[in-house]
Design a protein around this ligand. Sequence first.
Ligand code: 4NP
Length: 153
Amino acid sequence: MIRILFVCLGNICRSPMAEAVMRHLIEREGLSGRITVDSAGTGDWHIGKPPHAGTREALDRRGISWEGIRARQFTKRDLDAFDYIVCMDTSNRRDVERFGRGSARILTFMELVRDARSPDVPDPYYTGNFEEVYALVEEGCEELLRRIRKEME
Ligand code: 4NP
């Protein structure tokens, strides 16, 4: 089983969107038995909450389920519990790396996006632009799945 964890700050906007999109792609390709997805936040403010209304709307508009997704906080144990930890921005990555090292490969999400204008997925909690984030999340998740499929060959 290949285990993926997306990490952002609050775990209500960007990383749950990536979790839902990735889960959707994995199900569509019949890979649910081989790849699992989760998400977490480095902060603790929203533990237990469903995704932000902006994230829910972006997903609902495309018929992508966010069922069962609730915020939780990143922990040191995650460094060994996952194969890929994909951080939505460089600050999230620094926060994750402060916990130490584990067996997970750590990526920054924008490494998966072509012609990236910034190393960070902009935070829609502050910008309000969930559609911009959705486009980046879709492209990055498709690329991540392509890379993982290659590795599984
Ligand atoms: P996220 O956005 O990291 O994409 O979930 C945020 C959500 C909440 C907060 C910051 C960012 N907050 O400060 O509560």
